[in-house]
Design a protein around this ligand. Structure first.
Ligand code: SF4
Length: 306
């Protein structure tokens, strides 16, 4: 049985969120965890309704602050599988600060960043990932801003796991989810998600509908060529330089866009480090207490039990 809750799903008909939800509901039992050991924390936005629709613990939290709340949960409860669901507005506008610091710290959580390049919940204003020139309700003459590329941003913060996938490719989406969930540290998964109401067809070129470059599927060992330079993709390469170069492909033009795992490296996690410090502080306090008691009362071998 999948991990669907009994809540009525309230997204617009045809929204890409449905496909991601179905993939996550079906995938979660594969984690082999009890439902109460999985927690989904979201911010504000269309995709942030996600926790209602899963039969796990969850929190529909504060705008942009899901990574901060998830940091606390992951640090306090090592036994939980912690997930963040966020969108391009929630994660990259109001929550940009919290996102980059979670990535930098390498907190043990999986972040699903639904990128539809628009503000859907507030009915169609431009977002930090809307392309330059995009005409929306809040940019009637076209956006004059340079958009964020979430994968480039995460690589710039030296996140330990960075991937991109697409709502309509269930097999690819599930394989990326599995790799992200298995990774220790912060996993950032950008999901291209179609918003048929306010930004329909934003990823048509990537999906191969109409003129466009389609995708380059990244696997370890994939040969990639950029600006005349060819190399073999290695997500475990510690330097993010070549992974960053890859992330620029298809950004701002209509060439093929890489999907898959850009980066997957091991490095210490914040929550492991914090727990180790708390444990050693506790031991220090306990031994200090014992030393003081011994100084005051003598050691246990001198005590008389009455
Ligand atoms: Fe989905 Fe767009 Fe509707 Fe939000 S506004 S639920 S993103 S289709």
């Amino acid at each position: 049985k999948d991990y669907a809750s009994d809540q009525e799903v309230r997204w617009c008909p045809g929204c890409g969120d449905y496909a991601v939800l179905k993939a996550v509901q079906s995938f979660l039992p594969d984690l082999g965890l009890r439902r109460e050991n999985i927690v989904f924390i979201s911010g504000i936005g269309c995709s942030s309704r996600f926790p209602y629709y899963l039969d796990t613990y969850g929190m529909h939290s504060i705008h942009g602050r899901a990574p901060a709340i998830a940091t606390g949960v992951a640090t306090a409860r090592e036994d939980l599988s912690v997930w963040v669901v966020t969108g391009d507005g929630d994660a990259l506008s109001i929550g940009g600060n919290h996102l980059i610091h979670a990535l930098r710290r390498n907190v043990n959580m999986t972040i699903l960043l639904f990128n539809n390049r628009i503000y859907g919940l507030t009915k169609g204003q431009y977002s930090p990932t809307s392309e330059t020139g995009k005409v929306t309700k809040s940019t009637p003459m076209g956006s004059i801003e340079q958009p964020f590329n979430p994968v480039s941003l995460a690589l710039g913060a030296e996140a330990s796991f960075v991937a991109r996938t697409i709502d309509s490719d269930r097999k690819h989406l599930t394989s990326v989810l599995a790799a992200a969930a298995a990774h220790r540290g912060t996993s950032l998964v950008e999901i291209y998600q179609n918003c048929p109401i306010f930004n329909d067809g934003a990823f048509d070129a990537v999906k191969g509908n109409g003129a466009g470059g389609g995708v380059v599927r990244l696997e370890p060992g994939t040969e990639v060529t950029l600006d005349g330079v060819t190399w073999t993709h290695d997500p475990s390469e510690v330097s993010p330089v070549r992974q960053f170069a890859l992330s620029r492909m298809g950004h701002g033009d209509r060439s093929a866009v890489p999907i898959g795992i850009f980066r997957q490296v091991d490095r210490p996690t914040y929550d492991d480090g914090a727990r180790a410090q708390v444990d050693s502080a506790r031991e220090a306090v306990a031994s200090t207490r014992e030393d003081r008691l011994t100084a005051l009362l003598g050691g246990p071998d001198t005590w008389t039990v009455l």
